[in-house]
Design a protein around this ligand. Structure first.
Ligand SMILES: [Zn+2]
Length: 146
């Protein structure tokens, strides 16, 4: 996974939906990763968002944090909530907050639940107040960055 510091300007690719948005949850091993508790409500809402990402990568990004790097997962990381299973690692979620929009890999749910990653508060607030956006199928790897 490409590393971008939380709340830095999103420049991974250029599209109108992500113009001016900020990065959240683009984690890599041995880099800055704040940890801490999150609420059950936040994790539940985050799962819903990550289950239906607005954008998709081609292929999967594996989790390389902690012990996950020793557990190769050919088809991505899965997560489940209330009997509903989703595959993580190929989706990108866009969350609109009161002031800013945030762009996160949908692996962020796994990072929060399995690695105790605690995203910045403005992102948590945005997740708690966001309405899901219908998915747009897109092949990001074919885009050129602006
Ligand atoms: Zn992991």
């Amino acid at each position: 996974m490409t590393f971008f510091r939380d709340l830095s300007p999103f420049r991974y690719f250029s599209r109108p939906e992500v113009h001016g948005a900020l990065n959240v949850g683009w984690l890599s091993p041995f880099r800055y990763c704040p940890i801490g508790p999150t609420t059950r409500e936040f994790r539940h809402r985050l799962f819903e968002l990550c289950a239906r990402p607005q954008l998709y990568h081609r292929g999967y990004h594996p989790c390389l944090l902690g012990l996950c790097k020793f557990t190769p997962r050919l088809f991505g990381t899965t997560a489940s909530l209330n009997g509903h299973a989703v595959s993580l690692g190929s989706g990108i979620v866009i969350v609109r907050g009161a002031v800013d929009a945030y762009v996160a890999p949908n692996l962020i749910y796994h990072y929060v639940v399995r690695h105790w990653y605690r995203p910045p508060k403005p992102f948590i607030d945005a997740v708690l107040t966001s309405a899901p956006v219908p998915p747009i199928r897109l092949n990001v790897s074919r885009l050129t960055s602006a």
